[in-house]
Design a binder for this molecule. Structure first.
Ligand code: HPA
Length: 278
């Protein structure tokens, strides 16, 4: 199916959800990365729906990723949580990996919060660190809005100088500081996986000034920004790659899940405290 027809289907999914949720205003979307799924427990008066019950939604199948949408309140703000995302490495096409951004835009949600587990390329990072994405590099050659045109788009091109909204980042950093929690900022590189990076790739990424590497988020962030949403991206560092003079380490998915579970309480707390200031 061509990207334009896919977007037409996303519109149908959003129309279905608007009726299902029957809620006048949604303040923010949050997409929960590996291990952060339990954030949904923070949502009051939840209404949830399984992805399989939403027209045109693909099924997510990775351990540690959820399969449902939850709408409800956090500190009187209405939040739409995607408990699992759609990854290119699962065989899902690049247009569909940005589905949460499309649904959010069609439901007029203004703010898009994405969370993920990422590998630490910056050797100063430690496992469990929280890092705000301040910018990204996308060497994949893949783009979520390639071949898509909306009536109100003059052309396909768009500025990305403030993709990861500086005001939102500053608000979040202020909350972290007042809670005495360490949150850094970094550049995230999207590599589509499913392999974790080779040592040569890690040394290339370090040369390029990359701090974090992961297999998600960038397609959604690009689409969300093109669609006019303000984006905040938060990574949990689940593994840190050794430098050339350190022994090699193996990365595995279970370790990624364990580490995000440990960091998730801090992450949950900060996101909730931030929402409280809205
Ligand atoms: N590489 C890519 N994706 C990841 C990693 C990593 O090292 N850790 C968690 N997600």
């Amino acid at each position: 199916m061509n990207p334009q027809d896919q977007v037409h289907q996303f519109k149908e999914s959003a129309d279905f959800l608007r009726k299902h949720f029957d809620h006048p205003k949604i303040n923010a979307t949050i997409v929960l990365g590996s291990g952060l799924k339990n954030f949904e427990d923070e949502i009051q008066n939840p209404i949830s729906i399984s992805y399989q019950d939403i027209p045109h939604f693909p099924q997510s199948s990775v351990q540690g990723h959820g399969h449902k949408l939850v709408l409800g309140q956090i500190h009187n703000q209405t939040i739409l949580a995607f408990t699992g995302r759609f990854h290119y490495y699962q065989g899902i096409d690049i247009t569909t990996t940005a589905l949460p951004a499309w649904i959010s835009a069609f439901l007029d949600v203004p703010t898009y919060i994405l969370t993920n587990a990422a590998g630490g390329v910056n050797p100063n990072f430690e496992v469990g660190n929280l890092v705000l994405i301040k910018d990204h590099i996308n060497p994949s050659g893949l783009h979520p809005v390639r071949g898509v045109h909306l009536e109100n788009w003059e052309n396909p091109f768009f500025d990305t100088s403030n993709l990861y909204n500086a005001d939102l980042r500053n608000e979040f950093l202020t909350i972290a500081k007042s809670n005495q929690k360490k949150v850094s900022e970094g550049v995230y590189c999207f590599l589509p996986g499913p392999n974790f990076e080779t040592p040569a790739e890690i040394s290339m990424l370090r040369t390029l000034g990359v701090d974090l590497v992961g297999m998600s988020s960038v397609p959604e962030a690009l689409a969300a920004h093109k669609l006019g949403l303000d984006v905040l991206g938060l990574s949990v560092v689940t593994n840190v790659y050794p430098t050339n003079d350190q022994p090699k380490v193996k990365v595995n998915h279970q370790e990624v899940l364990n580490e995000t579970n440990k960091a998730s309480a801090t992450c949950r707390g900060l996101i909730k405290d931030w929402i409280q200031t809205w």
